[in-house]
Design a protein around this ligand. Structure first.
Ligand code: HSE
Length: 405
C-alpha cells in the first residue's frame, strides 16, 4: 500500500479523491500497489462529508509522517505551494501537481531537487488538464528534435471565442455568461489576457528544448480586444480566431508568443472548440502530432493527477529523468518573428486602400457584410519590426490580428 496526502480539497482535490474511490480497484492493479489517501490538507472543515476524518489543518503532520510517500499538491498559486512542495521533496517524498504557476516558476529547481533525492516531481495536469502532453514530450517524443509546439491551452478563452463566433455575440456578453455558468473565474484576467496560456507554453517549451523558458520573456496578448466585427471578418475569410500559445525553433533561435491568431480549416487546431484544448507538436522525425481533449474541469484534471500518482508509486526510489535545466533559454526577440497581419483601419475606404498599398505593397483586401467606414486587408509575410514600422505611419488602425495561413 502507498499512502498519499492531498493538499487542497477544492475542485481538483475532490476530483482526485473521487477518481481514487471510483477506479481504485483498477488503479491498484495497474499500479501494483493500493493507493490510500491518508490526509487531506485544507483550511476548512467538511462536517457530514466522509472526507472530514482525513482533514488536517497543519502541513507538519503530513510532511513529518514517514508513511506518506507521495504528496498531491492541488492548491494552486506559488505560495505556500512552493514551500510545501520543496520541503516534501527534501524529506524524500514524491510530488504530483496540477499547479502551472508553481511549475512555470520553479519547475527546473524542483526537478533537480527530486533527482538528488531520488523521488519524482510530476506535473501532467499543469498543461492541458486531462490531455497527456507532458509525459509524451518527456517519454514518447524523445527520439525527435521538437521544431514547434502550438496549442489552444486555455478552455475559458476558447469557449468565449467559440460562442462569439457561433452566436455573433460580443466579448463582454459572452464573458458574463461564462462567469454565470462557472466556466470563467470571477477574476478572469489570467485567462482572457493570456497569462494562463503563457505559463503553459513556457512549461511546454522548457520541456521541449530542455532549458528554462521564463514566462516573463514571452510576448503575450489576450482576447479582450477581439470584437464581434473581427469575428465577422474571420468568417468572411473562412477562418476562425483562436488564442494560441506557440513556440518554434528556427536554426538556433526559439520564438515564443501568445496571441489571438486567424487560422483556417486546414490547420489541425481549427476544429478545437468550446472548452476543449488542443496541442499541435511538430518533430523533425515524427512530423505532426495532435493532442486533443478536456483542458480543464474536475475529473479530467484529476485523471492526469492520479496517473502521475500511479507513475510515482511505480517508481518509488527511482527518479524518472526529465530534461529541464535551470539554464535560461534566451528567446529570440519578438521583432524578428514573421507573420502575415490582418489589419482593420477606420476612415474613407478609397484613401486607406491607397495608403495601405503605398505602405505595405501588395495586400489582400478583406470584405465582410454590413461593415462601413473602414478598410481591412492582409499583408504579405514580414517581421514584427517591419510591420510596426509601417503601421506607425497609418492612422486609425482599429485592430490587428496575426494570420497563420
Ligand atoms: N482557467 C484554465 C482554463 C483552467 O480555462 O483553461 C485550466 O488550467
Amino acid at each position: 500500500m502507498v499512502n498519499i496526502a492531498v493538499l487542497g480539497y477544492g475542485t481538483v482535490g475532490a476530483g482526485v479523491v473521487e477518481v481514487l474511490n471510483v477506479n481504485g480497484e483498477s488503479i491498484s492493479k495497474r499500479c501494483g500497489h493500493e493507493i490510500c489517501v491518508k490526509y487531506v490538507l485544507d483550511l476548512r472543515d467538511f462536517p457530514g462529508d466522509p472526507i472530514q476524518e482525513k482533514i488536517v489543518h497543519d502541513y507538519n503532520i503530513i510532511v513529518h509522517d514517514p508513511e506518506i510517500r507521495i504528496i498531491v499538491e492541488v492548491m494552486g498559486g506559488v505560495e505556500p505551494a512552493y514551500s510545501f512542495v520543496k520541503e516534501a521533496i527534501l524529506k524524500g517524498k514524491s510530488v504530483c501537481t496540477s499547479n502551472k504557476e508553481l511549475v512555470a516558476k520553479h519547475g527546473a529547481e524542483l526537478l533537480e531537487l527530486s533527482k538528488q533525492k531520488k523521488v519524482n516531481f510530476l506535473f501532467e495536469a499543469s498543461v492541458g488538464g486531462g490531455i497527456p502532453i507532458i509525459r509524451p514530450l518527456n517519454q514518447s517524443l524523445t527520439a525527435d528534435e521538437i521544431e514547434e509546439i502550438t496549442g489552444i491551452l486555455n478552455g475559458t478563452t476558447n469557449y468565449i471565442l467559440t460562442k462569439m463566433s457561433n452566436e455573433g455575440l460580443d466579448f463582454d456578453t459572452v464573458l458574463k455568461e461564462a462567469q454565470q455558468k462557472g466556466y470563467a473565474e470571477r477574476n478572469p484576467e489570467a485567462d482572457v489576457e493570456g497569462y494562463d496560456t503563457c505559463r503553459k507554453i513556457a512549461i511546454l517549451s522548457s520541456l521541449a528544448f530542455g532549458m528554462q523558458v521564463d514566462f516573463e520573456d514571452i510576448y503575450t496578448e489576450g482576447i479582450s480586444k477581439i470584437t464581434d466585427t473581427d469575428i465577422k471578418y474571420a468568417k468572411a475569410l473562412g477562418a476562425s480566431i483562436k488564442l494560441l500559445g506557440t513556440s518554434r525553433k528556427e536554426s538556433d533561435h526559439v520564438y515564443a508568443m501568445v496571441a489571438p491568431m486567424l487560422i483556417k480549416p486546414t490547420h489541425p487546431l481549427y476544429s478545437v472548440n468550446d472548452v476543449f484544448n488542443g496541442i499541435f507538436v511538430r518533430g523533425n522525425v515524427i512530423g505532426d502530432v495532435m493532442f486533443y481533449g478536456s483542458g480543464a474541469g474536475k475529473l479530467p484534471t484529476a485523471s492526469a493527477v492520479v496517473a502521475d500518482v500511479v507513475d510515482a508509486a511505480k517508481h518509488i526510489g527511482t527518479n524518472i529523468m526529465t530534461l529541464w535545466s535551470s539554464k535560461k533559454l534566451e528567446l529570440s526577440g519578438m521583432k524578428n518573428a514573421r507573420h502575415k497581419y490582418f489589419v482593420r483601419v477606420a476612415g474613407n475606404t478609397d484613401e486607406i486602400k491607397e495608403q495601405a498599398a503605398l505602405l505595405f505593397g501588395q495586400v489582400e483586401e478583406v470584405k465582410a457584410p454590413d461593415i462601413v467606414n473602414e478598410y481591412a486587408f492582409i499583408t504579405t509575410h514580414m517581421s514584427e519590426e517591419t510591420y510596426q514600422e509601417k503601421a506607425s505611419n497609418m492612422d486609425h488602425i482599429v485592430s490587428m490580428i496575426r494570420v497563420m495561413f
